[in-house]
Design a protein. Structure first.
Length: 145
């Protein structure tokens, strides 16, 4: 069953997505960063070139020729899924295919609309018996896990 983690009270979704992707990559895992739209995908793509500052996260878009062998995929439409390890959702909707993945990460900001949408997703997962771990990122010094 998919392991689900909610990271709440996040100031910058994309920054945390970069950090969590780097951590997953260190563990030898592949990541699909699902963005809400093309603009967010392009922005996330650019951020992955800069964060982390001391490294590079190999990434590409879902339809790129090397997508099948690239550790991090960034897209609003993943097309044919090339792995089933980590799905990192940056959108407000529940990904229809989330249960194919070993781990789902939901990142929630302090924005009220984002929080309301996240509560709906949380209830959906909980009501179907998924175990959910919550990580409150508002606590200073708390590291992403």
């Amino acid at each position: 069953m998919t392991q689900i983690d909610f990271y709440t009270h996040v100031q910058d979704k994309q920054l945390l997505a970069c950090k969590l992707s780097a951590k997953a990559l260190e563990q030898g895992l592949r990541v699909l960063i699902l963005t809400p739209d093309e603009s967010a995908a392009a922005s996330m793509d650019q951020m992955l070139w800069r964060v982390p500052a001391t490294g590079f996260l190999p990434h590409c878009r879902a339809r790129a020729p090397l997508a099948a062998v690239t550790p991090v995929i960034v897209d609003c439409d993943p097309g044919e899924l090339t792995h089933d390890q980590v799905l990192l959702n940056l959108g407000s909707e529940r990904p229809a295919f989330f249960s194919r993945f070993q781990r789902l990460i939901e990142i929630v900001t302090t924005d009220e609309a984002d929080r309301l949408a996240a509560r709906e997703r949380f209830r959906f997962y909980r009501d179907r018996g998924y175990e959910i771990r919550s990580h409150d990122m508002s606590q200073s010094g708390k590291r992403a896990s």
